[in-house]
Design a protein around this ligand. Structure first.
Ligand code: GUN
Length: 285
């Protein structure tokens, strides 16, 4: 049988949301507030440099300000936390983002805890994670948040659906458990120790792949009604950006599929901008 797979088009949705964000930024400016995101990068990781360049460009495109701080690899935890505290107390800064991963000499948890939870645009502070698990979310990790918006754009009701999350990272898999549960889905989390993964994904209504393995999942992992969201951002042997899912193998064999690039990636950045604007709007409410 021939199936048509609907593309979960994150690029298109991101453009639509960003048009609305532009209006919100204009409104803030009329009230004398210039929404500003502080972005901190420690070290020279090339992938991180690309990510933060994209975040900065996207912020400027919707009319927001950015404050960049590029710190050397040798920066100590104390120095980094001192900078974060300064930004916490600066009324011109609305959102603070520390790009991960940090050098091994710095404890990421200590750094996340130093960010004012009210300025935590990335939603990684333990207080924000706790609120998320109590279904009282305020600031939500941007990639899982973007996934939920993308699914909702296609009017997919998650109530009672069997959702299988592949990968349990603090940035994606773990917060997604709470978001999916809060959307009344039945959630299974799988990871590198999971046995018989294919049996779990094949029976799932929704599969979220977030393991960072180049084109790992082919059509044998999914059923024909599956909704597949690919969070992987990998380079193949030709240097091309690809996901965890082998798109060509799976396209036409499932109901919905998000591409890489153009799926989850643009949504992540859009949620970061949205949350920074949301923080800035609190000062006029
Ligand atoms: N590294 C990979 N993804 C992310 C993200 O969403 N936020 C931050 N701060 N670092 C990351």
């Amino acid at each position: 049988m021939i199936f048509v797979t609907t593309k979960l088009d994150g690029k298109k949705l991101a453009i639509k949301i960003r048009e609305d964000l532009k209006k919100r930024v204009e409104n803030l400016k009329k009230n004398g507030i210039k929404p500003c995101l502080a972005v901190i990068l420690v070290g020279e990781d090339p992938a991180s440099k690309v990510y933060i360049r994209n975040k900065k460009k996207a912020a400027e495109k919707v009319g927001m300000e950015t404050f960049d701080k590029l710190l050397p690899e040798t920066t100590t935890e104390e120095e980094l936390i001192k900078l974060i505290k300064k930004l916490n107390n600066d009324p011109k800064i609305h959102g603070i983002l520390v790009q991960l991963p940090l050098p091994k000499t710095i404890n990421e948890q200590h750094v996340m805890q130093a960010i004012d939870p009210a300025k935590d645009a990335d939603g990684f502070h333990p207080m924000n994670i706790g609120k998320l698990f109590m279904n009282q979310a305020q600031l939500i990790p941007c990639t899982p948040h973007g996934i939920m918006k993308l699914i909702s754009e296609y009017n997919i009701d998650l109530t009672g659906k069997n959702v299988v999350i592949v990968g349990r990272s603090q940035i994606v898999g773990m917060p997604l458990i709470a978001l999916m549960m809060n959307a009344n889905a039945t959630v299974t989390v799988t990871h590198s120790y999971t046995q018989d993964l294919v049996n779990k994904t094949k029976n799932a209504d929704v599969v979220i792949t977030a393991i960072g393995k180049t084109e790992y999942f082919d059509e044998s992992y999914f059923n024909e009604n599956a909704i597949v969201v690919d969070v992987g951002t990998n380079r193949n042997s030709e240097g091309k950006l690809v996901g965890d899912v082998n798109y060509d193998s799976v396209n036409g064999k499932v109901a919905y599929l998000s591409p890489v690039p153009g799926g989850v990636g643009p949504m992540t950045i859009t949620m970061l901008l949205e949350q920074t604007i949301q923080i800035a709007e609190r000062s006029i409410k």
